[in-house]
Design a protein around this ligand. Structure first.
Ligand SMILES: Nc1c(NC[C@H](O)[C@H](O)[C@H](O)CO)[nH]c(=O)[nH]c1=O
Ligand SMILES: CC(=O)[C@@H](O)COP(=O)(O)O
Length: 140
């Protein structure tokens, strides 16, 4: 059994509940333990994951968040920089699945957050498991 940490940017409670549930189901069905850590927004996700990874307590991570376009350029910053930060950590060998939705509106978000529909939280957990499995394969 491995230890996974779901790090969620809790900007939209309703969508986060669905995304976290989808990710948790995948990880627990695979026989792993799951903890959840909450940060304010997606821009805090890479830093929080980096801090948690330094503890050595976790074998993999799932980043969960929802970024919905508003009126300003801030959408591009939040969406792009959170993804860039997570990609940088992944390139450092940390097993992270990216479950940050970047959408135009609530309707698009719901379809992707709902485990009974596109289940992007579960998909992100599957990606984290895939990277974890690669780590095991290459370490052995
Ligand atoms: N607009 C959204 C944000 N914005 C907040 C930032 O992520 C960050 O917390 C703030 O700039 C302080 O550093 N975050 C989301 O997760 N989703 C959004 O739609
Ligand atoms: C993704 C965002 O930053 C967005 O929610 C902020 O909205 P706005 O650009 O209207 O300030």
């Amino acid at each position: 059994m491995a230890n996974f940490l779901i790090v969620e940017a809790r900007f939209y409670d309703d969508f986060n509940d669905m995304l976290v549930a989808g990710a948790r189901t995948v990880l627990e069905d695979a026989g792993h333990s799951v903890e959840v850590l909450t940060v304010p927004g997606a821009l805090e996700l890479p830093g929080a994951i980096a801090l948690a990874a330094e503890t050595g307590r976790y074998d993999g991570f799932v980043a969960i968040g929802v970024v919905i376009r508003g009126e300003t350029y801030h959408f591009e910053i939040v969406a792009g920089e959170s993804a860039r930060g997570i990609m940088a950590l992944t390139m450092d060998g940390i097993a992270i699945g990216n479950g940050i939705l970047t959408t135009e509106n609530r309707e698009q978000t719901l379809v992707r957050a709902d485990p009974a529909q596109k289940d992007k939280g579960g998909e992100a957990a599957k990606a984290a498991l895939a990277l974890f499995d690669l780590q095991q394969k290459f370490a052995g």
